[in-house]
Write a protein that binds this ligand. Structure first.
Ligand code: PLP
Length: 309
């Protein structure tokens, strides 16, 4: 190695930082036991919060959702709410990222020797911060993306409570493959009654005759979905959180997706049928603008404690 290389400052956390079992490590070095039921049984819940321009977006609300998911999974931890928040601040501070995708996961842990009782496992917290992740590219956010209705049904609520953020992604992953094979970019999945649910990493909205519709059940209560509903309400737009038949989506004036990993994302066409003239509609464009502006609103934004490291 040259002297120059030795003397170069080397950021251990340039690709991200992780928290595993009380230690902070470079993300590429983070390891979990193979026997962790989070890995072998998908017995895990998680949340993703993002940092934008050096500020967490709705950190408290994300931690509320995470704690509710953990209660539903019957996970428990010694970590307090303040510990969890401090951990996420620390991870981002280690990386120095100003725009970051921050994942916190709670897993069942491993079975105690000789036991098959999930409630006897010592539950684990893992977390990592990596550069911000986008579901769609910048040009796609400006022009809209082509979507399909997947032939795979979303895992029903009777089998999996979709309000608990989870990694049961078989239906979502096969739908992504189907969308690609059908020449589209993203899939939207229906429920057992033929109503709209969500897609891989996002909620779905239909804007029709001045009203905004999004499904009430069978979906994660996305933080971006909640933000969009709040922002639309402030614009005096009527919001309806109720079953959304496929026909409502197909006949909508505008359709868009919402996700922490990309914000508000316009849909250009569904199953080959273009919405309007194919350009993102004025309501979607306004929501996208308001969503990103909200990142400077102290009601939602909390500066990362970079100085703490
Ligand atoms: C299945 C599913 N639905 C919806 C969302 C959007 O939720 P949020 O806006 O909180 O990112 C996600 C996010 O990953 C998701 O995985």
């Amino acid at each position: 190695m040259s002297d120059a290389a030795v003397n170069e400052p080397h950021n251990l956390y340039a690709e991200g930082a992780a928290y595993v079992d009380g230690d902070y490590v470079p993300v590429g070095e983070a390891r979990i036991p193979l026997t962790d039921l989070g890995f072998v049984r998908s017995d895990v819940t998680y949340d993703v919060v993002h940092v934008w321009n050096g500020k967490f977006f709705r950190l408290d609300d994300h931690l509320d959702r995470f704690e509710t998911s953990c209660e539903k999974m019957r996970f428990s931890f010694e970590h307090t709410r303040d510990d969890l928040a401090a951990m996420l601040h620390q991870l981002v501070a280690l990386t120095g990222f100003t725009d970051s995708y921050v994942n916190i996961s709670a897993s069942r842990g491993s079975f105690a020797p000789g036991s098959r009782d999930p409630l006897l496992c010592r539950n684990k917290i893992y977390a990592f911060a990596v550069p911000f992740v986008w579901i769609t590219r910048q040009d796609e956010q400006e022009e809209g993306v082509d979507a399909i209705i997947s032939s795979t049904q979303r895992i029903p609520m009777a089998s999996m409570d979709q309000t608990v953020k989870n990694y049961h992604w078989a239906d979502l992953t096969s739908s992504i493959i189907e969308a690609n094979e059908r020449g589209a970019r993203l899939p939207i999945l229906l429920d057992e009654n033929g109503n709209v649910t969500e897609g891989p990493g996002f909620n779905v909205f239909a804007y029709c005759n001045g009203k905004l519709y999004t499904p009430d059940t069978g979906v994660l209560h996305g933080m971006t979905r909640r933000t969009v509903l709040e922002l639309a309400g402030k614009q005096n737009v009527e919001t309806l959180v109720e079953p959304v038949p496929l026909a409502t989506l197909k006949n909508a004036d505008e359709v868009f997706l919402s996700s922490t990993a990309g914000g508000v994302m316009p849909i250009r066409s569904l199953d080959g049928e273009t919405f309007g003239d194919g350009a993102p509609g004025p309501f979607t464009t306004r929501m996208r603008q308001l969503y990103w502006e909200a990142h400077d609103d102290p009601e939602y934004a909390e500066p990362v404690r970079y100085a703490a490291v």
